[in-house]
Ligand binder design. Structure first.
Ligand SMILES: [Zn+2]
Length: 437
C-alpha cells in the first residue's frame, strides 16, 4: 500500500521530542517527520516553506501522531473465554476459580483461535509489541497454551513482537530444584520467554520468591510478576522484590505488574518501597481496567477504593510506568478490545492523570522499558516507521476520539484510511493515495 515520504505538521507528544524544541502557544510546535524505506530519517520543527524535493508528503495539519503501541501485560491464553462461562463470583479469587474450571476443556485449536483473534485486534489497534502471560500450573511440563503462544510469536514476527511470560504460582518455586527446572524449561523455549509468578498474601513465601530470582539469574531470564494484586496493607511482594534484586545483584530486567497494595499502605511505607524500586531495574505496569473491576469487589456493595498503584509517585521518582490492557473478555474482565488506548482512557480518570497525550502516552509506547539496557526513544533516526495518526482527536481531549486511526507500519498504510486533505500540492501521489480504501 501507499507510503508517504514526509509527514508534515504532525503533533507529537512532548516526551518524544528532543530538547530544545520550540513551543507554540504553550504547546510543542508541530513536527515534520521524514521517512525512507520504511524507516525514520529524522524529525524537525514544522517548516511551512518545506517543499519535498521528491516523493509524497502528507500535511497532517496538526493531527496527533504516536509511535507504534506497546501492550505490556495481557493474557492471550484466557482471552474471549467469558462467553462460554456461567455466572462468575466477583473479585480476583472468584475469577481464578472460574478459570480453573474452563481451562480443563482447553485444546491447542481453542487457544490458537482465541489468541489469534486477540493478536488481530491488537495489530489493527497499532500495537507493535505485546507481552502475554500464560498460566502455568504444572511443575514438570509446559502447558499446551505455552506451545501455541510460542508458535504464534514466530508466525507474527515481523508484524508484532510477542513476548511470553510463564505465570507460575509462587508455591511452585518453594523448592530450589523445582525453581531451577522451571527456569530451564522456560529458557529452552526460545527467545521472548520470561519467568513470571503470581505473588499475593494468600501464597506469600519469600524463600520461593528468592528461588525464582536465583533461577532466572542462572538461566539469563528476565522476570515479570503479578505482584501484590490486592488491597492488603501487609503485602510485601514489591518491597521484597526490590530488596532481593539488590542483594542478588540481579542483572536482568524485572516488571512488577499491579502492585495495588501500595495504595492501601500507609504513605511512609509505600513511598519507602518506591524509593527502593527507583534504585532497581524495575518497571511498573498498571492495569487500571482490571484493578477498578477486581479490587474492593464485594457482591452487592459499591466499591470504595480504586485499587491502582501509586503511578504519580512512581513517575515522580523516575520509575518507568507502563499502562496495559490485562484481561479481555474473560472472567477477570468482561470488556476490552486489545486497544491500549482504552486502558489509558480508564487510567486518566481513575488515576487523575494530567497531560495524557504529552506525558502519559509514553506509558503505551516505551518498549525499551521492558528490557534492561539503553533506553532509546521510539522514532529515533533509523528506527522502523511504525506510526499511528489520530485524525479525529486533539491534544486537549485525548484519548477521546482516538478510535478512528490510521496505522502505518514500516511507513506503509496497514489499516485505516488516509485523509484526502493531507495530500499536499507538491505530492506526486495524491490520485493514487486518494483511491486507498
Ligand atoms: Zn494479569
Amino acid at each position: 500500500m501507499h507510503a508517504p515520504d514526509h509527514l508534515l505538521a504532525a503533533r507529537l507528544p512532548r516526551w518524544l521530542l528532543p530538547d530544545p524544541w520550540p513551543l507554540h502557544g504553550g504547546q510543542p510546535a508541530l513536527a515534520d517527520l521524514h521517512l525512507a524505506n520504511g524507516r525514520v530519517l529524522g524529525m524537525a520543527p514544522h517548516d511551512s516553506a518545506f517543499t519535498p524535493p521528491a516523493g509524497s508528503a502528507w500535511n497532517l495539519a496538526g493531527a496527533l501522531v504516536l509511535p507504534g503501541l506497546v501492550d505490556a501485560h495481557t493474557h492471550l491464553d484466557k482471552a474471549f473465554t467469558l462467553a462460554r462461562m456461567g455466572a462468575v463470583k466477583p473479585g480476583l479469587l472468584g475469577a481464578i476459580a472460574a478459570m480453573m474450571v474452563d481451562r480443563q476443556g482447553w485444546t491447542e485449536a481453542d487457544v490458537r483461535e482465541r489468541a489469534s483473534r486477540a493478536l488481530q485486534w491488537a495489530y489493527a489497534a497499532g500495537t507493535v509489541h505485546l507481552r502475554t502471560h500464560c498460566d502455568w500450573w504444572e511443575p514438570e511440563a509446559q502447558p499446551l497454551a505455552w506451545n501455541v503462544l510460542r508458535e504464534l510469536a514466530q508466525e507474527w514476527a515481523g508484524r508484532l513482537t510477542l513476548e511470553r511470560v510463564a505465570l507460575v504460582p509462587l508455591h511452585l518455586y518453594a523448592e530450589r530444584r523445582s525453581a531451577l527446572r522451571l527456569a530451564r524449561i522456560v529458557a529452552a523455549s526460545g527467545p521472548g520467554a520470561l519467568l513470571g509468578g503470581f505473588v499475593h498474601t494468600t501464597n506469600w513465601n519469600p524463600q520461593a520468591l528468592r528461588h525464582l530470582f536465583e533461577a532466572a539469574q542462572l538461566h539469563g531470564l528476565n522476570v515479570d510478576l503479578h505482584v501484590d494484586e490486592e488491597l492488603h496493607p501487609g503485602a510485601q511482594g514489591l518491597a521484597t522484590t526490590a530488596a532481593l534484586l539488590q542483594e542478588l545483584r540481579f542483572d536482568g530486567h524485572v516488571v512488577c505488574g499491579h502492585s495495588c497494595a501500595l495504595a492501601a499502605q500507609d504513605e511512609a511505607t509505600a513511598l519507602a518501597t518506591l524509593d527502593a524500586v527507583a534504585q532497581s531495574p524495575i518497571t511498573l505496569v498498571t492495569l487500571p481496567i482490571t484493578n477498578l473491576l477486581l479490587q474492593d469487589a464485594v457482591t452487592g456493595r459499591t466499591p470504595r477504593q480504586r485499587g491502582l498503584t501509586l503511578v504519580k509517585e512512581a513517575h515522580a521518582r523516575g520509575i518507568p510506568v507502563l499502562i496495559a490492557s490485562d484481561n479481555v473478555q474473560d472472567p477477570f474482565c468482561p470488556v476490552g478490545s486489545f486497544d491500549p488506548l482504552e486502558a489509558l482512557a480508564t487510567g486518566v480518570l481513575a488515576a487523575q492523570l494530567d497531560a495524557p497525550f504529552d506525558r502519559w502516552s509514553q506509558a503505551l509506547c516505551r518498549a525499551d522499558w521492558l528490557s534492561r539496557g539503553p533506553q532509546a526513544l521510539p522514532l529515533a533516526p533509523g528506527s522502523s516507521a511504525d506510526l499511528i495518526v489520530f485524525h479525529q482527536a486533539d491534544g486537549w481531549g485525548f484519548p477521546s476520539r482516538t478510535q478512528p486511526r490510521l496505522v502505518l507500519r514500516q511507513g506503509r498504510v496497514a489499516s485505516g484510511q488516509a485523509n484526502a486533505g493531507w495530500f499536499t500540492p507538491a505530492s506526486s501521489i495524491p490520485p493514487l493515495a486518494r483511491s486507498l480504501a
